[in-house]
Design a protein around this ligand. Sequence first.
Ligand SMILES: [Zn+2]
Length: 314
Amino acid sequence: MSSYIIRLDDAAEKRDISKWNQIEQMLDAYAVKPLAGVIPCCMDPEMEHYEKDACFWEKVRSWEKKGWTIAMHGYRHVYDSMDGGLNPVQNKSEFAGHPLEVQKKKIRQGIAVFRQHGIEPSVFFAPSHTFDHNTLEALKQESAIRIISDTAANSIYKYRDFWFVPQQSGRARRLPFQISTFCYHPNNMQEQDFVKLEKFIQTNRNSFLGFEELDFTCSTGKTIFDYVAGQGYFLFRKFRESGRKAAMVKLINKVKEAGFCNTVTGSVKRVYYELLCRKYRFDRWHISPYELRKYIQAAAGCINKGGGYSAPCY
Ligand SMILES: [Zn+2]
């Protein structure tokens, strides 16, 4: 059976307080305990417009008290590298690509802010999911954190003295993994996102686990299932992105080649011929290949005469 974890990203002094309150109330109603990613010293310009919560750290302590797990979500949440690192979900990072000393400083200063407010984070996840070996080394040298929430895998695995809890989806849905983390950004959630999430929780409440309930006794590395899940995830993303782009370029070139009016006329004709083909039970391939236009016209002429299928007549 699959187990689900909710992860909430981008908790900071400046955030959409009402949306964070909304998700907190919803999760409380179903006693779901999420992993909350706190940015210790947020300087992300995209979050600058939110109202500042003067009682933010009090709020973080209250989350911790009610069983939420607090994660260190980067340091400033500012991207100053174009490296995808070990988990290249995106080609931007606050950590990946930076020398060890630079990363150690970020981790050290971030941890200091947490400690200043009486919190010792036990989990780390980087902004945009991107980190590298130096990030792991920096965490090892500057913090007590040994758990990372990220990478695509089937279940928890151990790598270089760290436990990795996979994070596979940006929304709640049934996935074929042993452990699935759904990552939400409350600041950007729309009403329909709240409705869909609540419905999913109602239907699958028994499958949700708090981070504290996970079993970290395993000491095995990635299994073949983890490897397949990870590779499959990145292949799917690549295919989806390149597929969309390639299809768009192909379409634009085709319209340019044929001309806009001809494209519209051709599209109408195509639908008409498809209907005729269906009517006369004519094989669909007769109208599909672009290169066979002459044959298509002849075939269409045949079926227009009402004869249905007959020997080729061109
Ligand atoms: Zn973030």
